[in-house]
Design a protein around this ligand. Structure first.
Ligand SMILES: [Zn+2]
Length: 497
């Protein structure tokens, strides 16, 4: 978590005597973690290490209720601190004692503990809450999708507010236990390993555990009627997939794609190093949307991804994110190229693997598709702005930039870099600046002009290489995700900038 200025709230000598000396310099934590695109997202003054979510969900009415227990450490003296949340809170306790709370802005929950927290002090924060998440809108939208048999939380960058209170920014990762009680016959799907599933008095409890650090937006919850499949890879990695029992004609193609998760992880491990998590898999709920999200260790897929038949390419994309985005997360949302550029480039590598066009051929094809006056080139993948965070250019021009980098430093350095970055920043965060430094270190080349041209210039770069012009490949890698994300982004019109 980034350090920030402490605003002293204590000046009266009388008050100084009344609170512990260690908290004498305490003040309120900042209401945002300092993201340039989303200043109010995340919070300052503490670091969460674990979320325990014990929930109950009624699919018929969309009622969600429960208790979130956060284990946190104060990184400054705190008279008050914020969480990000949108449902109704009935009680907050900090270290066992009732705490005052208030709401402000779109998603700020301000908590005032009975006694200030000293810098370095551990805090257990218990929040009791309830709500109908499908009816709760923030910035004019909800990230909780209702389905005929339940509901789903999967979106980016806002997803957590509709189902648990958090420090909602990738800079503060934590482990998760998600325990959800649902009526018998329904299932609850979340991240990580399914530790247990028990039933009594008409309700079934699903206990999921994510034992590796996870960004809050990568936590997911789905309740509905699912068929759950379980397998194990040759390395012993559990693969748990789930399919809505209501996928209709898309059911076969969804399974023919998502059931290849283990195979694709094995293939991607050859490029990016060992798979970083304790379980893998994906799920397809019966939602009407078109996008997929790389929710950690359990990818969310909209059934529309499979409307034209099997789509292993989207599985490749979302599983590449397990290294590029999930294990190594953006330091700020402006670093989104590190997620989407590399997940898109993985699709080009898969195309080559499948004999459907090499990465160079696809790069040349994308480059040729967009004339110099195409607005496509006005989006800078290295700093696209919040409104263009999921624009097609971040994906396609972002992948072009990676091909240009590969041509500049050569295959030996390039493929070493693809393994070194996930290893160097595993379970943490990274920025484009740090990535450039590592690329320069591994290649021994100065790369400032190349990064400037491909990531930070709002115009069409000169052709990246003298690679021979290839015929159009048999099948270009599908890019359905960026289009759908553009639709999502279009609803986000009132974000703080
Ligand atoms: Zn992506």
């Amino acid at each position: 978590m980034r350090k920030r200025a402490i605003v002293s709230a204590v000046s009266a000598a009388g008050l100084l005597l009344a609170i512990p000396a260690s908290a004498a310099d305490a003040g309120p934590g900042a209401p945002g973690i300092g993201d340039p695109y989303y200043p109010s997202y995340g919070n300052g003054g503490y670091d969460v290490s674990h979320y325990d979510l014990r929930l109950k969900y009624q699919p018929a009415t969309d009622e969600l209720e429960g208790t979130a227990t956060l284990l946190a450490t104060a990184t400054q003296g705190l008279t008050r601190f914020n969480l990000d949340f949108a449902l109704d809170v009935s009680e907050v306790r900090v270290n066992g004692r009732i705490a005052k709370f208030a709401t402000s802005g779109e998603q700020e929950l301000e908590i005032t503990p009975a006694t200030p927290l000293a810098k370095g002090q551990q805090a257990t924060v218990v929040v009791r809450y309830s709500g109908v998440p499908g009816k709760v809108k923030r910035y004019g939208f909800t990230s909780w999708q209702r389905t005929p048999d339940g509901g789903v939380a999967a979106n980016e960058p806002e997803s957590a507010w509709w189902w648990f209170p958090s420090n909602d920014h990738p800079l503060d990762k934590a482990t998760f236990d998600v325990s959800v009680l649902v009526p018998d016959g329904s299932a609850a799907i979340s991240n990580g390993v399914l530790v247990s599933q028990t039933s009594k008095i008409g309700w079934t409890r699903y206990n999921w555990r994510q034992n590796k650090p996870q960004a809050t937006y990568l936590a997911t919850l789905a309740v509905g009627k699912f068929d759950i499949t379980r397998n194990t890879t040759a390395n012993g990695l559990p693969v748990i997939n789930a399919y809505s029992k209501d996928l209709g004609d898309n059911d076969g193609a969804a399974r023919a794609s998502i059931e290849r998760t283990g195979e694709i992880i094995d293939w991607e491990s050859g490029f990016f190093g060992p798979y970083p998590f304790s379980a893998a898999g994906g799920y397809a709920p019966n939602v009407p949307t078109h996008y997929a999200v790389e929710t950690q260790g359990r990818v969310f897929y909209s059934p529309a991804q499979f409307a034209a038949g099997a789509n292993p390419s989207v599985v490749v994309h979302e599983l590449a994110h397990q290294w590029w985005g999930d294990s190594v997360s953006v330091a700020h949302w402006s670093d989104i190229w590190l997620n989407e550029g590399f997940a898109s480039y993985a699709q080009w590598l898969w195309s080559e693997h499948e004999g459907e066009g090499t990465a160079q051929e696809l790069a040349d094809w994308v480059y040729g598709q967009h004339p110099a006056d195409d607005p496509f080139w006005t989006v800078k993948p290295g700093d696209p702005g919040a409104e263009n965070q999921f624009d097609a250019a971040v994906y396609d021009r972002g992948a072009l930039a990676i091909q240009a980098l590969r041509n500049k430093i050569g295959d030996t350095a390039f493929f070493a870099l693809l393994k070194a970055w996930p290893a160097q920043h595993q379970y943490g965060n990274g920025s484009i600046t740090e990535f450039q430094k590592l690329a320069e270190k591994i290649s021994g080349k100065k790369l400032g002009p190349l990064f400037e041209t491909w990531l930070f210039t709002a115009s069409k770069p000169a052709a990246p290489s003298a690679a021979p012009k290839a015929a159009a490949p048999k099948a270009a890698a599908p890019t359905v995700e960026p289009k759908s994300w553009k639709q999502i982004a279009a609803t986000h019109t009132v974000h703080d900038r």
